[in-house]
Ligand binder design. Structure first.
Ligand code: ATP
Ligand code: MG
Length: 434
């Protein structure tokens, strides 16, 4: 036998429930269920589906996400196309690709655009629960809208998703909110921060001294107890916001309050990508350990111009599907039953040529039917029918068809002569002990 190959480290197979393997990730049926939830919610909010390539020019992410970010510095799968020397990257997120497409096709020419996308993204991180090298995102973007009405719409759409899935505010998830203001406001704040840190140089640890001029904001994240009083006393961005930025934030807060959506203002919430301004938010949970952020987003009013388009405001969010479905699994949120309605068996006396046309008609009318394939004993066929989770077996013999209830022990089987076994008659028998 040839040597077996395995999936690349940090990249997972999402398997059907019937494959006997211990897996931490939810099975494929849960993903299908989530897809349905997403489609319903997106349609309700008037968002259109968009698909962009998994591979993009490396430059898109360097320019879009920012050179000094974790993603661009160390997490990207980049390679050179050996045919022509092009520098390419497996997308580490979906926003930049959508913005590239919007600019390329001049998609805002007729006005703003609301879109959503879904698919695999790639980041070279240390794999652990809730953190993988290939994972999947749901991505929602509203382009050409200055907000804050749209900021509120996107946040409430997140809530609609959680609610539709049966998750509960507070108990299962909560919203964290912040504003990053505008670049010039951030610059003024940064200068004040550096001054403050320099004035307290004696308290800074080695890490902080190294970051003082590269990324002073990161010093605020330090866990060093000796530095906490100095960090507490540091100037806050909130105090550097101009009137417009403040009004934007207040406007969003008023809309969330009116819609009854609680939130915590978290001044430490800065997000890992350079392109954000004004509103940033995260949906977090306490049930997934340190991988507790299931969804994050924010406004990126300068990105479209940076990618070469005509300046236009925009906001969006990315949701980690693995993390969300792990949460659903952890909380044992009930999902619709994915078992078939019917498991069909053709006995030795029966004939497939008779059974298949009837089964096709049942399927066409919306009944889900799994047809047994292969020759095994009648007993093992019934075992398979049972294991399929189907509510009924449909057994084809030489002259009759029998509907056998599988879940209700007291219910009677309904035999009917082949000649009278129309789709309507079979459906009626299925429903008689539904
Ligand atoms: P984290 O701080 O956990 O690294 P992030 O800020 O890098 O997250 P985003 O770029 O905002 O994440 O991506 C949106 C969402 O994608 C996250 O909120 C998270 O749910 C999910 N996510 C991010 N990285 C991974 C990963 N390596 N594996 C699985 N899901 C991920
Ligand atoms: Mg990250």
């Amino acid at each position: 036998m040839a040597e077996k190959l395995s999936a690349v480290k940090g990249m997972n197979d999402i398997l059907p429930a019937s494959v006997p393997r211990k897996e931490i990730l939810p099975r494929a049926a849960t993903w299908e269920w989530f897809d349905d939830v997403v489609k319903r919610v997106m349609a309700r909010y008037g968002y259109q589906y968009i698909i962009t390539p998994v591979v993009e020019p490396t430059q898109l992410f360097v320019r879009g996400i920012g050179e000094a970010t974790d993603i661009v510095e160390k997490e990207m799968y980049s390679f050179t196309d050996t045919m022509n020397g092009d520098k390419l990257t497996l997308r580490p997120e979906i926003t930049a690709g959508i913005v590239r497409a919007v600019v390329e096709h001049n998609a805002l020419y007729n006005g703003p655009l609301r879109v959503w996308a879904q698919g695999a993204v790639f980041r070279h991180e240390r794999p652990q629960k809730g953190r993988y090298r290939q994972f999947h995102q749901l991505d929602v973007e509203a382009l050409g809208y200055p907000g804050p009405d749209i900021d509120a719409e996107l946040i409430l759409m997140g809530r609609a998703l959680w609610r539709e899935m049966g998750l509960k505010e507070g108990e299962h998830y909560r919203l964290e909110l912040n504003t990053l203001g505008q670049p010039e406001e951030r610059r003024a704040h940064r200068e004040a921060l550096v001054k403050h840190f320099e004035a307290n140089a004696g308290v800074l640890d080695e890490d902080a001294r190294r970051r003082l001029h590269t990324n002073p904001l990161r010093i605020l994240d330090s866990k060093n107890p000796a530095m906490q009083p100095m960090i507490e006393a540091a100037p806050r961005l909130m105090d550097f916001l101009g009137e417009a930025s403040r009004a934007h934030f207040d406007g969003l807060r008023a809309l969330l309050d009116a819609a009854g959506q609680p939130y915590r203002i978290n001044p430490r919430l800065v997000r890992g990508l350079d392109y954000y301004n004004l509103t940033v938010f995260e949906w977090v949970t306490d049930h997934l350990g340190s991988q507790g952020t299931i969804c994050g987003g924010g406004r990126y009013d300068d990105l479209i111009e940076q990618i070469g388009g005509k300046s236009a405001p925009a906001i969006g969010f990315g949701l980690g599907i693995e993390r969300l479905l792990l949460l659903v699994q952890e909380l044992q949120v009930t999902q619709p039953d994915a078992s078939p309605d019917v498991y069909a068996i053709v006995s030795e006396e029966g004939s497939l040529a008779t059974a298949m046309p009837l089964i096709e008609e049942l399927r066409a009318s919306g009944v889900t039917v799994v047809l047994h394939s292969g020759s095994t004993s009648a007993k093992s066929q019934m075992k398979k029918a049972d294991a399929s989770g189907a509510k009924h077996a449909l057994v084809f013999d030489a002259a009759q068809v029998t509907v056998k209830p599988l879940r209700d022990r007291d219910a009677q089987a309904t035999p009917m002569p082949l000649a009278s076994a129309t789709p309507a008659a079979v459906t009626a028998a299925l429903q008689s002990h539904a």
